[in-house]
Design a binder for this molecule. Structure first.
Ligand code: WTA
Length: 648
């Protein structure tokens, strides 16, 4: 794409929180010169402290950094109670169901719902500070109530995305040793009911022994199995609970939640976030990156099962006192104008989605946005994967009517909130480019030894100073935490946080993210570990070996491509491919299904047995093999596989 620069719309910029690059640099230079002072000022201004902290940043046990040690606060107070004086009647959540049913939930009502559920969890189920609560929920307001109720009583929630299978759910329950699961009968998608409770049943039938109770919210009223003594009805029990519940004072570093994400081994990592630093950055980025103002209605289309749903549907918008839209359905049902109709109907001012959704909406309804009044929109956001220039252009011109800023927000489950992003009132934007690190975030693109990568070349995207909302550890596995994030890159001899992504910086200092450098595939903006998918495929009895790689996909960004070696090659058939995908669905969920599989006699390995994925990636794309194959155990295998791939 040409190097055209899109300057902030002066009409929107004049009232923006950060409205010039001078202001950006003033903030960023302050952070560089006095890092702790910078963060102290914001922590004092933004957080409703119950007891003051005594140390901004404690680096004595790096990389187990501590922020705002010994301070006391409560996240549900930060998101609800402290707003009640002036916002009790303001909408906190606007919910739209799949079928178009709408609920407006004010801050006053949100407070009551969260308090009741807090009381129920505490009094009926004995959930205490530090206990783990698994949420396996659809996108309904009760999911947000459950998150906030956990934070109110100091329980640690672990949300498992509703697309994960019973096996994946069980693994996560067991790893976290959770005490209770909150779920729903199911919900609606594309006009039809779908079920969740049966997945919980299956998960608990074969394990999950730490679970004492399952709390079930009624949503679609479909019939469900009921295990007496274990299963409890939210809708019945909540009636008896008081709408008053004091919040638990939490220490800044108390764990706030766990969220499992894929890494480069078969076992997902329980990313652990801490209380104060997380909520501070969630609120600050909400204010800066989305430029949230009074009377705004902000809509993020993510699912609460992912980090984007945590930080930018629930915690960020509510901590900032905003109005957040929650949507149960899919943006293309009943037609490709659904999302735009919702933007119009709810007067949405900020719209935040993933490139995969933008590509889909573009493809299925290029002119749909023009049919609706989208004139309230000011900021359009994207997240999850690099956005391609054609999708960016359509988003900017057609959805945003060439008036809105596009914030291409780069971040991760582990970073808690945005790290690199344009600021809508300040940053001159280069399309499809994440631009600059946010004020307070110190990033560098470096080589493994810490030397800066030259301009225009790909290097490792590192964050060289700890930041408040960073991952604290991997649940029950501190060694893996250190190894996963602080093992690869060093700066002045000290290990620094490596994101796992590659990036490039240009002559103007703009950062472009080039994608993962590890064995993680990004399918529709969701992280999938190749090892995780391979482990699932290996569970099929016919499979002897497998290697999985990502292959560019028009809508999903990347699709999953599997090279499978059968124990008995004569078994190869289309039916077997279907059967293998069924195993993946059972082990992980439909999100990890393979787009393509080929049966091969062997996979290319080095003499030490390491699979040469780079070659397999090139073969999947149909590229010429330019890599050196002489180090392979059997170089001739490359040609054999190439022929098989070509023949489909
Ligand atoms: C990728 C999602 C390019 C990246 C918030 C990262 C992006 C992974 C962008 C994290 C972006 C996220 N441009 N790539 N704007 N945002 N990514 O943990 O590879 O689900 O490491 O968090 O998504 O995915 P996760």
């Amino acid at each position: 794409m040409s190097e055209k620069i899109f300057n902030p719309n002066p009409e929107f910029a004049k009232d923006a929180k950060i409205n010039s690059m001078e202001q950006y640099w003033e903030l960023q230079n302050r952070a560089i010169e006095d890092y702790e002072g910078f963060w102290k000022d914001f922590a004092d201004e933004k957080i409703d402290w119950i007891e003051p902290y005594d140390n901004v940043l404690d680096e004595s046990n790096a990389p187990f950094y501590k922020w705002f040690s010994n301070g006391k606060l409560n996240v549900s107070n930060q998101c609800i109670d402290r707003h009640l004086a002036d916002k009790a009647e303001q909408n906190a959540i606007v919910f739209e169901g799949d079928k178009g049913d709408v609920q407006h939930i004010t801050y006053g009502q949100l407070s009551e719902r969260v308090n009741e559920l807090s009381n129920l969890l505490k009094n009926k189920f004995g959930v205490k500070k530090g206990d783990r609560v698994v949420l396996y929920m659809p996108m309904i307001p009760e999911a947000a109530y459950a998150m906030l109720a956990c934070t109110r009583i100091g329980a640690i929630h672990s949300i498992v995305f509703g697309g994960f299978s019973s096996e994946a759910l069980r693994d996560r329950i067991e790893d976290a040793e959770a005490k209770i699961v909150i779920t729903a009968d199911g919900a609606f998608r594309k006009g039809k009911p779908y079920m969740l409770k049966n997945v919980v049943d299956d998960a608990l039938d074969a394990g999950g022994d730490s679970i004492e109770a399952v709390l079930v919210v009624k949503r679609n009223n479909e019939e469900i199995k009921w295990v007496e003594g274990r299963d409890h009805s939210y809708n019945e029990l909540i009636e008896a609970e008081s709408t008053e519940c004091p919040f638990e004072p939490m220490e800044s570093e108390d764990p706030l939640f766990l969220l499992y994400t894929s890494g480069s081994t078969g076992k997902p990592k329980g990313v652990q976030h801490a209380t104060a630093g997380y909520i501070l950055w969630a609120q600050m980025t909400m204010e800066w990156v989305f430029d949230l103002r009074k009377d705004d209605v902000y809509w993020c289309t993510a699912d609460i099962g992912w980090i984007t749903g945590h930080t930018y549907i629930v915690y960020g918008p509510l901590a900032a006192g905003g109005t957040t839209v929650m949507f149960e359905g899919v943006p293309t049902y009943p037609d490709a104008g659904r999302a735009w109709k919702m933007v119009q109907d709810h007067n949405v001012t900020q719209f935040y989605t993933a490139p995969t959704a933008i590509r889909l909406l573009h493809k299925t309804g290029e002119d749909e946005p023009k049919k609706y009044d989208l004139s309230k929109l000011r900021v359009l956001g994207t997240v999850g994967e690099p956005i391609d220039p054609p999708a960016w252009k359509w988003y900017y011109e057609v959805v945003g009517n060439s008036k809105c800023a596009i914030v291409d927000t780069y971040w991760q489950t582990e970073t808690g909130g945005h790290m690199i992003s344009p600021l809508p009132g300040a940053t001159p934007i280069k399309p499809a480019c994440a631009t600059f690190a946010l004020p307070g975030i110190i990033t560098e693109i470096i080589e493994e030894d810490g030397t800066p990568t030259p301009i225009g070349e790909k290097g490792f995207m590192c964050i060289t100073r700890p930041w408040p909302s960073m991952i604290r550890t991997i649940w029950n596995d501190p060694n893996r935490f250190v190894k996963s994030y602080f093992g690869d890159c060093k700066k002045d001899g000290e290990a620094v946080y490596f994101t796992g992504d590659g990036a490039m910086i240009d002559e103007d200092g703009y950062i472009t993210i080039t994608g993962r450098t590890d064995d993680v595939i990004n399918v529709s903006g969701h992280r999938m570990g190749t090892a995780e998918v391979e482990a699932a495929i290996k569970k099929h009895d016919s499979v002897a070996a497998v290697a999985v790689v990502g292959k560019p996909h028009e809508i999903k960004g990347e699709g999953i491509f599997a090279y499978i070696v059968l124990k008995d090659p004569s078994e190869a058939s289309e039916d077997l491919k279907i059967a293998i995908n069924k195993v993946i669905k059972k082990e992980i969920g439909a999100i990890a299904l393979c787009d393509a599989m080929v049966f091969v006699p062997d996979v290319p390995k080095t003499r030490s047995g390491k699979i040469m994925r780079r070659i397999l990636r090139s073969l999947a794309k149909g590229e010429e093999i330019t890599q050196d194959t002489s180090t392979l155990e059997d170089p001739s295998i490359v040609e054999v596989i190439e022929k098989i791939v070509k023949e489909g």
